[in-house]
Every structure is written in structure tokens, then in C-alpha cells.
Design a binder for this molecule. Structure first.
Ligand code: NAD
Length: 520
């Protein structure tokens, strides 16, 4: 076969027998190789390689896309909006360090690279992450959304105290034009201390009316801005957990009925999720609560609508998902992880209430579960199957958005020795989280353009499974397909994403074999 050139879309041209361009789509052939393992009593394993041939089809046209944030007037919402405007309009600003140009540091899709392969000398060659396939650029995203507080985004940005004044001064005129849509407020779900903010609310008590209203808001936003696609991200306050009650939120049908009868246990975030799912709008939950109750996941399955969650993986947990994995993979046995935080922004204020803190605690704790399960030499019935994992969050108004995280990893070494690693981390919380919203939006939009089929099947190309676990890199407590264990390790998450992107252009998975160097 003549190799096709996949060109004209990005700076990367791929010549591969396994991929071709047809009518604006890349169609690639991919042999998915894995190994099936059978555990045999007595500690033996039987491993058989297997291979399934898939075809992937990627729509190369990037649609005009809108991002609607729930919690638009919060620290993340206002910081992200100002950042996008500053980048879009090329607004430089002065800080005490000198002139600062806008950028998207902290965003994997905008500020990191992918290894493409090696040059003639066998040295690695990298390209920007968003150049291997056509992806949405944040400067082109149309921003909108909801907030229970009526402040326009210029005021919201000033209230957040995140960005330098000279930048605030220059973007204020654009920001002032953006006003959050009224939202849904069920006081029982967020901390009582948030009630003062609630001055921008959708009328009425009917939860089903609320679903319909949110659907209309999305449709209106789409029509007004002539958008082809909308992504919705929950970056509003952390809610308490919803109780899972049989007959109420356990199945799609029960959940819809419970919304129709305005049942108390249906949270605002679930109302937003359901509204999006019913219209096939991807919905991502950036907070820790269990928005995706079982009935909500079933509804997404039935509607084949994308969902992703939970809780942005920004600082402390991101390090944990690297460091704990490293320790366990190095054969060192973490015994305890103590994670302490203090912060002084509105998120911290909300989390100072016990039920909302509990949601965060659960989300932060789950991150090492799969690492423990991966190593039965270190974790077993005799030695113990757990890590003592303690999470503390305190509200200290003075530090504002500059969150302080202190972590202590206490581990067992060879011959009963011990190792303590202490980490002290300070940074503007919202400058870590906002780029994740970009990545989640860009990748969710991208995957909504990807379809696949088994090569030997007669079936049509189909969308990926609705729970978009490829987003896990950016999420603390990754939502997984029911019955599947979530993957928390950051490196595994990134490897999966990179290799999928490679598969879509007819390249094999990334390996670091480097035989050019190692063999004669
Ligand atoms: P924030 O308190 O500054 O902003 C939240 C906004 O949501 C507020 O403006 C509030 O008025 C609004 N809100 C509350 N309930 C709402 C509703 N029902 N509908 C619409 N708006 C509503 O918080 P933030 O710092 O921007 O963080 C947002 C969320 O992201 C929090 O839940 C936080 O836990 C989560 N998160 C943040 C980070 C981070 O690093 N900043 C990391 C992980 C998760």
C-alpha cells in the first residue's frame, strides 16, 4: 500500500500504512495487543498474549465550541475566563518581575509535548501535545455559564484575588460584559456559609423544571453564539454526598422519577448532569461529590452521552499519584501518608463545613487504592492491606488562594528501616486548577469526534463508552466504568492518552526500548 500523508491539519505529518485520510476523517487500523492472565492456585500465573484489531475514525474538523462552567463566578471560573481573554487578545501585563506575557502553563494540551519518535541519530523528537491531531484551541472557546452569585466576571475576578492587578485592570472591560446565568441552589448541599452568595437563582422548586431550564440555557447559548458543540464543567462549590437510596437514584428511571417529584436527595450537580446527558452535551464534574449516582451513570449509558469526573487533580493529589506509585513500584512500602492543607479562598470556606469536607476527604483518600492493590508483596493479609491515610483541610482566610499543602510519606525500607519524605507546597490554587479545565474541555471535545469499530465486524463506527476515563489524568477520583477499577497513577494515565492519540494516526504505542542505542 502507498503510505498516505496525514497533513494539512497540524504541523505533524504522519506517513503510515495504518492510517489514511478520507472525506475529512482519519481512519486508522490498530492492533490492540494485551495479555490475558489466569491466576492458578499456588501463586502461579498463566499468561497468553492476545490481539484485537480495531479501526478508529477521527473527525478532523474542530467545531466551534463553547464551555459553560457551573460556578462561573468562582475563583476557577473567573481566573480561567480572564486567562483565555488575555491570551486571545495578547494582553501583556506588568508584575514586580517585569513584563509578563499571557500563557497556558499547567495545561498538558497547550504547554506540554509528546514524543513523536527518534531522529536519524536515535535522539528523541518532541512536538507540542496539541499538534499530533487537530484539537480545540482555548483562545477559540466561547465562555459562558451559571453562578448562584450575580457578580459580573470583572467583580468576580477582583473578589477572587488571584490575578495580578495590571492584568485585572486590562481585562476588566471584557470581563464586565460576562454575567453568570441564574443557577440552582438547594441550600442543604453546600455549606451554610455560602448562603450570602445566593442572589442569582432560578425561580421555582420543581427539580424537573430546573432540568428543562438548564437544557434551554445550553440551547440558547449555543444558538446565540452559533456554536456547534458545548461542553459543561462543574466548578461550583463542593456539595455533600447524596445518599444512594434504592428506588430513588439507583437506576436511570428512578432518578428521572425522583427529579420529577423533586426528591430531596437529588443534588444541583446531578440536575446539571442529567440536563446535559439528555441533550448529549459532555458533562465533567470538577468537584468531589458523587454527582454521578448510579442512576445518572445508567442514564449516560442509555443516552450514549459523555460524562467525566470527579474532582480536579491539581496539586497535592497529583504529586501523590506520582510519588506513591513510585514508592510502591520501587518496592518500598508506604505505611502512612498524612496530608495537611490550609487555604483561605471560598473553596476553603465551603470545605470548612463537615459534610463538604467529607466529600473532599473521600476523593483525596481513594488515590492510592490501586497502587496498594498492585503489589501483594508489600500489601497482603499478613503485613496489612492498607496505608494509614489522613487528610486535614483548614480554612485560613489570610492566605487567600495561596493554598499550602504539607505531606508526609512514611515508608518501610529494607530490614525494618524507615524513610520519611516531607513535602511543602504553596501555590495559587486557581492557577493550578484552571489549566485543567482547559485540558478537560479540549480532550472531551476531541474524544467526542472519535469513533471506533472492530475491524472484522459489520457494525457501524461507534462512540467510546460514555464514562470518559481518558480524562482521569486531570481528576482526583476518576470515575470508571461500573465494574472496572479506576486507574490513579499519573504516568499510566498519561501513557494511555498518548498511545491512544498515536493509534489514531497509525503509530504504534510509545515504548522506550531505544534499541538504536542499546544494540550494535
Ligand atoms: P469558588 O468557591 O471560588 O467558586 C465556586 C463558585 O460556585 C462560587 O462562585 C459559587 O457562588 C458558585 N456556586 C455554588 N453553588 C452553585 C450552583 N449550584 N450553581 C452555580 N454556581 C454555584 O471555588 P473554586 O476555587 O473556583 O473551586 C471550585 C470547585 O473546584 C470546588 O468544589 C473545589 O473543591 C473544586 N476543586 C478546586 C481545585 C483547585 O485547585 N482550585 C482543585 C480540585 C477541585
Amino acid at each position: 500500500a502507498t503510505p498516505e500523508v496525514l497533513s494539512g491539519y497540524t504541523s505533524v505529518k504522519v506517513f503510515s500504512d495504518n492510517a489514511k485520510v478520507e472525506d475529512g476523517f482519519i481512519i486508522s487500523d490498530y492492533a490492540y495487543e494485551n495479555a490475558i492472565v489466569k491466576r492458578i492456585p499456588g501463586g502461579m500465573y498463566e499468561v497468553t498474549p492476545n490481539k484485537v484489531d480495531y479501526q478508529f475514525k477521527v473527525d478532523m474538523k474542530v467545531p466551534k465550541t463553547g464551555l459553560m462552567m457551573v460556578g462561573l463566578g468562582g475563583n476557577n471560573g473567573s481566573t480561567l475566563t480572564a486567562t483565555i481573554l488575555a491570551n486571545r487578545y495578547g494582553i501583556n501585563f506588568r508584575t514586580k518581575q517585569g513584563l509578563q506575557k499571557p500563557n497556558y502553563y499547567g495545561s498538558v494540551t497547550q504547554a506540554s509535548t509528546l514524543k513523536l519518535g527518534v531522529d536519524e541519530d536515535g535522539n528523541d523528537v518532541y512536538a507540542p501535545f496539541n499538534e499530533i491531531l487537530p484539537m480545540l484551541h482555548p483562545n477559540d472557546i466561547v465562555i459562558g455559564g451559571w453562578d448562584i452569585n450575580s457578580a459580573n466576571l470583572a467583580d468576580a475576578m477582583a473578589r477572587s484575588k488571584v490575578l495580578d492587578f495590571d492584568l485585572q485592570r486590562q481585562v476588566a472591560k471584557y470581563m464586565a460584559q460576562i454575567k453568570p446565568l441564574p443557577s440552582i441552589y438547594y441550600p442543604d448541599f453546600i455549606a451554610a456559609n455560602q448562603s450570602d452568595r445566593a442572589d442569582n437563582l432560578i425561580d421555582g422548586d420543581s427539580k424537573w423544571d430546573h432540568v428543562q431550564r438548564i437544557r434551554r440555557d445550553i440551547q440558547d447559548f449555543k444558538a446565540k453564539n452559533e456554536l456547534e458543540k458545548v461542553i459543561v464543567v462543574w466548578t461550583a462549590n463542593t456539595e455533600r454526598y447524596a445518599e444512594i437510596i434504592p428506588g430513588v437514584n439507583d437506576t436511570a428511571e428512578n432518578l428521572i422519577n425522583s427529579i420529577k417529584t423533586s426528591h430531596d436527595e437529588v443534588a444541583p450537580s446531578t440536575i446539571f448532569a442529567v440536563a446535559c446527558i439528555l441533550d448529549g452535551v459532555p458533562f465533567i464534574n470538577g468537584s468531589p461529590q458523587n454527582t454521578f449516582v448510579p442512576g445518572c451513570i445508567e442514564l449516560a449509558e442509555k443516552s450514549k452521552s459523555f460524562i467525566g469526573g470527579d474532582d480536579f487533580k491539581s496539586g497535592q493529589t497529583k504529586i501523590k499519584s506520582v510519588l506513591a506509585q513510585f514508592l510502591v513500584d520501587a518496592g518500598i512500602r508506604p505505611l502512612s501518608i498524612a496530608s495537611y492543607n490550609h487555604l483561605g479562598n471560598n473553596d476553603g470556606y465551603n470545605l470548612s463545613a463537615p459534610k463538604q469536607f467529607r466529600s473532599k476527604e473521600i476523593s483525596k483518600k481513594s488515590v492510592v487504592d490501586d497502587m496498594i492493590a498492585s503489589n501483594h508483596i508489600l500489601y497482603n493479609e499478613e503485613k496489612g492491606n492498607t496505608i494509614d491515610h489522613c487528610i486535614v483541610i483548614k480554612y485560613v482566610p489570610a492566605v487567600g488562594d495561596s493554598k499550602v499543602a504539607m505531606d508526609e510519606y512514611y515508608s518501610e525500607l529494607m530490614m525494618g528501616g524507615h524513610n520519611t519524605i516531607s513535602i511543602h507546597n504553596v501555590c495559587e490554587d486557581s492557577l493550578l486548577a484552571s489549566p485543567l479545565i482547559i485540558d478537560l474541555t479540549v480532550i472531551a471535545e476531541f474524544f467526542s469526534r472519535v469513533t471506533y469499530k472492530k475491524t472484522d465486524s459489520e457494525d457501524d463506527f461507534e462512540k467510546f463508552y460514555p464514562v470518559l476515563s481518558v480524562l482521569s489524568y486531570w481528576l482526583k477520583a476518576p470515575l470508571a466504568r461500573p465494574g472496572c477499577e479506576p486507574v490513579n497513577g499519573l504516568n499510566k494515565q498519561r501513557t494511555a492518552l498518548e498511545n491512544l492519540l498515536r493509534a489514531f494516526v497509525g503509530l504504534g504505542p510509545q515504548n522506550e526500548l531505544k534499541l538504536e542505542e542499546r544494540l550494535w
